[in-house]
Design a protein around this ligand. Structure first.
Ligand code: ADP
Ligand code: MG
Length: 842
């Protein structure tokens, strides 16, 4: 938020003699009313941002009050400076200045161009317009025909004056000359210019557009890609005196009412805005044209300064008080200022390019989704380009149609030019008024030829590309300014000329005109370029179709690839699951074997516990068997744990297990047989020692041993069986593993193939996107050419219009010359009726 900067300027007193009554006292930034004896009158004292006394120059006013706003305008901020005060208080002096002390407008214009010169990193396009609000009518001061213009509002341009002429300018001198021309127009048809100037508001407006230089070449999308557009208003308001004081009646009364209406609404707006915050309510901008045009400057998006001029004379005390009250209310207004930027097509394109790059980068990570997104994006882009192409074709068609409509009109104009070429112009060379007209005409032709140059250059030879100028000027003037064929023909008809010449009948055949050569050459080149456009458009269309076809092929292939990919992925995941299951088998077998081993051990431990003597043969047999079994189980365990770790058991290992089994079998058999033998000998010995002895217990032991032997044999058999089963299972598992491995390798190969396919697809996509870029650039070229053509056509129309105006002026001066001539003739006739030849008589 930024406060409006308000200053008061006191003009030098008109009376030479010293002031005897009440007077205004200026001290630093405060102005107060003092009595004749020098004592201040209470309650009438005002402080402002700046107070400029009678000696203060326009240079100082500009430096302290306006300079910052002007510089900010070059940087993209809207700016407004306006002068408020009663008639003859010095508003126009402040805004326009004098020869020795140029005013704010002059200084601002020069300062802007100087600042542009120093800004080397941006290119500028500056347009100026000059309007007057008189009796609530908006008149264009750059164009005589631009009377009673209307205010429009659009989303894109905000509030604007439709049909207001905007001149593209490239030097301060050019602008100042245009302003002078505007002043001349302001006086057109007016008898009392001073009276009018104090009753009309004038708004001089500069639209400053700029963009960063070389922004197209950089790859980054920075805010510099945007175009900055700022509007600078320099306003000289009408006098704010009361109507009663002017003692006006009739026309003056009407003027006064309008002035008071505008200024009254301005006052209301300022009042409302100065209330601030929540109490504000509705701001009546729409109640007058002045406030509507100045809306952004008042409580909107603009840096604003108001210079209130006051007259020091005692007779104006009331008016001065009113002005100071207005000024102190205005001081309370705050605006919200920001740089105005437009994101251009180029900036948008650049942003999209970056997105595509990003996607491409992601694509290298080989995600099918990204690939799909890329294809979708390409499709969208293609659709967009197709739409743009259709739009361009329609525009071209419309242009061609309007050409056809205009053709008869141009032909008529050419016929008239040719006609006027037949007559000589020498008779009028002596006429001073004619010289003026010629100058004016030359000037206009010069300015137009300048506009048709290849490049627009801002001061210090900063070339601005045609595209920027064409596009921006089209943006700013379309569709309100370009004269339509209809309005043009209306303007060129005899009625309008009659009106312009205040009732004189115009004899077209007797008119003389400097030929406008350029007009004639236009239609042929136009036809030719139209044909070229057509061809180029057709080429583009063909290319686009090819690219679309190729893209569709790619899309189909891509879809097939995606489904194939999905199928493969599914199969792979199934295989993976199976491999996992197979890999789990050795682990479960290992657990089973460990369990068996533990059970086996427990069993033998229990058996050993039953034996009374640890050194007995049975105990030995048991321990040997247990040892052998345990070693067999350990061997199996190691075998399986190797499988768990992913190592393949070697055939030697298999062999050694088998071998060990056999050895164990043999050892067991031999132990058992030795046990049987020892048992037999023991029985014999005992029989000898004790014949009667324990034959009963011998029988029991034998049965027990046989039983154990049987049990052991069974046990060994079971273990052997289990071992064989495990071996079989292991074998099957190994087979399965081998098959899975084979499948895995083939899948890997397929995956490589798919990868290659995908790379090829990527290659094709990148080549088609290159093609797309090519098509886009060609399309841009065509649209550029189209814009230039449209611009040329506008210039042509402008020229014709100027030509017509100049024609009318010349005709008018001719008529006056004719009248003068007639009156001189009459006078001569009256003085010397006999000496005149008869043919000259009436
Ligand atoms: P306004 O535009 O407010 O009606 P003008 O700017 O036309 O008033 O000023 C009226 C007269 O006073 C002009 O002759 C002008 O030259 C003169 N004048 C105004 N202000 C000054 C000033 N600060 N210094 C010198 N002359 C001034
Ligand atoms: Mg004035």
């Amino acid at each position: 938020m930024e406060k409006i900067c308000v200053a008061v300027r006191v003009r030098p007193s008109a009376n030479e003699e010293s002031v005897n009554g009440s007077h205004w006292n200026v001290e630093s930034n405060r102005i107060s009313l003092h009595k004749s004896d020098g004592t201040p009158i209470s309650g009438i004292s005002f402080a402002f941002d700046h107070l400029f006394d009678q000696e203060c120059s326009n240079a100082k006013v500009y430096e302290l009050l306006t300079k910052d706003i002007i510089h900010a305008a070059v940087e993209g901020f809207n700016g407004t400076a306006f002068a408020y005060g009663q008639t003859s208080s010095g508003k126009t002096f402040t805004m326009n200045g004098s020869e020795n002390d140029p005013g704010i407008i002059n200084r601002a214009v020069r300062d802007i161009f100087a600042k542009i010169q120093l800004t080397s990193d941006r290119e500028f396009l500056i347009r100026v317009s000059y309007m007057e609000i008189y009796n609530e009518d908006i008149n264009d001061l750059f164009a005589v025909e631009g009377q009673k213009l209307h205010i429009h509002e659009s989303l894109e341009r905000g509030v604007y004056v439709a049909g207001l002429r905007e001149e593209i300018v490239n030097s301060a001198d050019q602008v100042l000359n245009l302003i002078q021309l505007g002043e001349v127009n302001r006086h057109f048809g007016e008898t009392n210019m001073n009276a009018r100037s104090s009753r009309s508001h004038t708004i001089f407006r500069m639209v400053i557009e700029s963009k960063a230089k070389d922004s197209n070449s950089s790859n980054s999308s920075s805010p510099d890609d945007a175009i900055r557009v700022s509007v600078l208003n320099l306003v000289d308001l009408a006098g704010s005196e009361r109507i009663a004081k002017t003692g006006a009646g009739g026309v003056r009364l009407k003027e006064g009412k309008h002035i008071n209406k505008s200024l009254m609404v301005l006052g209301n707006v300022i009042n409302k805005l100065s209330e601030g915050g929540k109490q504000r309510g509705h701001i009546p901008y729409r109640d007058s044209k002045l406030t509507r045009i100045l809306q952004p400057a008042l409580g909107g998006n603009a840096k604003t300064s108001i210079i209130c001029t006051v007259a020091p004379e005692e007779v104006h005390i009331e008016e001065t008080k009113g002005t100071l009250q207005f000024a102190s209310r205005a001081k309370r207004i705050t605006n919200c200022v920001q740089v105005n930027e437009i994101l251009t097509d180029a900036a948008l394109l650049k942003r999209q390019k970056l997105e595509i790059e990003e996607l491409r980068r992601k694509l290298q990570g080989s995600h099918a989704e990204v690939l799909e997104q890329e294809v979708l994006k390409l499709r969208n882009d293609m659709l967009k380009y197709e739409l743009e192409r259709v739009k361009l074709a329609t525009e071209l068609e419309e242009e061609r149609r309007s050409n056809k409509d205009r053709e008869p009109c141009i032909k008529e104009q050419m016929k008239m030019d040719n006609h006027s070429n037949l007559d000589t112009f020498s008779d009028y060379d002596r006429s001073a008024s004619q010289d003026d007209v010629k100058e004016c005409l030359d000037g206009s032709i010069e300015s137009h030829s300048m506009r048709q140059e290849d490049t627009f250059s801002t001061p210090c030879l900063k070339a601005v590309s045609n595209v920027f100028v064409a596009r921006r000027s089209q943006y700013s003037t379309q569709p309100d300014f370009s004269p339509l064929p209809d309005t043009f023909s209306d303007f060129a008809d005899e009625d309008t000329w009659m009106k312009m010449n205040k009732g004189y009948m115009v004899d077209l055949d007797s008119l003389h005109m400097t030929p406008a050569v350029k007009v004639q050459s236009v239609p042929t080149s136009e036809d030719c370029s139209t044909e070229n456009y057509n061809q180029e458009m057709q080429n583009l269309q063909r290319q686009l179709k090819n690219v679309i076809g190729e893209r569709d092929d790619l899309k189909m292939k891509y879809t097939e690839q995606v489904s194939f990919n999905n199928q493969l992925t599914r199969e792979m995941s199934e295989l993976h699951q199976e491999v996992l299951r197979i890999q789990e088998i050795p682990q479960s077998l290992l657990t089973a074997v460990t369990n068996c081993k533990n059970i086996y051990k427990d069993f033998f431990l229990n058996l050993e516990n039953f034996l009374p003597d640890e050194r007995s043969v049975s105990a030995q047999i048991l321990s040997t068997t247990s040892e052998l079994g345990t070693s067999l189980f350990s061997r199996l365990e190691s075998h399986l744990s190797m499988a768990v770790d992913g190592k393949r058991p070697s055939p030697e290992n298999d062999y050694s297990v088998q071998e060990q089994c056999n050895i164990l079998q043999k050892r067991l058999n031999s132990t058992i047989s030795s046990l049987v033998l020892s048992d037999t000998s023991t029985i014999k010995d005992e029989h000898r020692e004790d014949i009667l002895g324990s034959s009963k217990s011998k029988g029991t032991l034998g049965r027990q041993i046989a039983c154990w032997k049987k049990a052991l044999e069974n046990e060994v058999q079971t273990i052997k069986q289990k071992h064989i089963d495990m071996e079989k299972e292991l074998y099957i598992n190994n087979q399965l593993l081998q098959v899975s491995e084979g499948k895995y390798h083939s899948l890997e190969r397929e995956f490589c193939l798919i990868k290659e396919d995908r790379d090829a697809l990527k290659q094709r996509i990148s080549s088609s996107s290159e093609m797309l870029t090519l098509v886009t650039s060609q399309k841009q070229k065509v649209s550029k050419d189209l814009y230039t053509e449209v611009q040329n056509r506008k210039n042509l129309e402008e020229q014709i219009k100027q030509f017509t105006i100049a024609f009318a002026c010349r005709q008018k001066s001719m008529m006056s010359f004719q009248n003068d001539f007639k009156s001189v003739l009459e006078t001569m006739k009256a003085y010397n009726p006999t000496s005149l030849p008869k043919s000259h008589g009436s």
